[in-house]
Design a protein. Structure first.
Length: 201
């Protein structure tokens, strides 16, 4: 594990303290722990190309971030992008040559999660891109709704099946009960009762 430390940040940027760092460029440093970027409140541009970064969570506090370059890292899960969702100033994001790039509809998924972007990797975000991203979002919501509807139908059918089965068993038991009672009455009717048994002597 290679951790990005304060001494490296300050040495590379020539800044006097972490809260004054505006630009950070650490190309090919083999970093996999970049948690210190959470302490860079004024950071605007970060370039961490060719490292071992697998998560975007540490960037979630960088509210002034406008450009983020992460080419050739280990980002593999599209859900990591939600960590950048509240970065309203973010305009440029490079994720090419990460495992996540191979995901189907990668570009439109990125735009769907981060509509504030104006450039993804090497290409500007076009109106056509945004339209495709919108269609992707609508389709995803439709598929989710359809899946929930099917699940609800299955639950209803399953619930009704048990209810009917229980009712059937109850009706069967209740249907036999009068005959059972009549049988008991006949048996007791044939037994001669000793009058003395009615009293405690």
């Amino acid at each position: 594990m290679v951790t990005l430390k304060e001494s490296l940040v300050l040495g590379r940027t020539k800044a006097s303290s972490l809260d004054t760092v505006v630009t950070l460029n650490l190309f090919g440093a083999n970093l996999d722990d970049i948690s210190i970027v959470r302490k860079l409140p004024k950071i605007s541009i970060i370039s961490l190309t060719m490292n071992q970064i697998s998560s975007l969570q540490d960037f979630s506090n960088c509210k002034m971030l406008t450009e983020l370059y992460l080419r050739k890292n280990l980002i593999s899960d599209m859900s990591e992008l939600y960590a950048l969702k509240d970065l309203k100033l973010l305009r440029i994001l490079w994720l090419c040559d990460n495992p996540v790039e191979s995901e189907k509809d990668y570009r439109y998924k990125v735009i769907s999660i981060l509509p504030q972007l104006t450039k993804i990797d090497k290409k500007e975000v076009t109106p056509e891109d945004r339209e495709r991203a919108l269609q992707y979002t609508k389709q995803r919501l439709s598929d989710t709704h359809h899946h929930h509807h099917q699940q609800q139908q299955q639950n209803n059918q399953w619930g009704n099946g048990i209810y009917k089965s229980e009712n059937k068993n109850q009706r069967t038991q209740w249907g036999k009960s009068p005959e059972s009672e009549n049988s008991k009455r006949k048996q007791w009717g044939n037994v001669k009762t000793n009058p003395l048994e009615k009293f405690d002597l």
